[in-house]
Design a protein around this ligand. Structure first.
Ligand code: HEC
Length: 95
């Protein structure tokens, strides 16, 4: 019971966007192939999510979501607003 509460609180803190859960984000990162070019810690073809978290604040989210959605300067990423917001927020939260 207590543990369940803690898990809920932790999940809420991690992701406050829309209806996409932390688990869904992990699945999205895989299904949308983000992890082919990005890793949390290591630089691959694209910058690591830690690097991006250091570079950007949450204020940059809308512009980055737009960039991914429109495929401008990045490969085009399709998904709902909730999905894109959740994965970008995740990418920018890896302190
Ligand atoms: C084909 C390789 C590739 C894939 C797949 C890919 N990325 Fe990227 N990504 C890059 C490269 C290269 C950059 C650096 C160039 C740039 O800034 O757009 C980048 C940059 C970014 C940035 C920073 C953008 C900025 O304005 O600085 C974010 C955030 C990001 N990717 C998220 C994602 C997410 C989320 C996914 C999956 C939906 C994804 N990427 C899939 C290659 C990729």
């Amino acid at each position: 019971m207590k543990l369940k509460m803690m898990v809920l609180v932790a999940t809420g803190a991690l992701l406050s966007v829309g209806t996409v859960s932390a688990q869904d984000v992990a699945a999205l990162l895989k299904s949308k192939n983000c992890l082919n070019c990005h890793a949390i810690e290591a630089k691959k073809m694209g910058p690591s999510y830690k690097e991006l978290s250091a570079k950007y604040t949450k204020e940059a989210m809308p512009a980055i979501v737009k960039k991914l959605r429109d495929g401008q300067g990045h490969m085009k990423v399709t998904g709902t607003d909730d999905e894109l917001n959740a994965i970008v927020e995740f990418a920018l939260s890896q302190k």
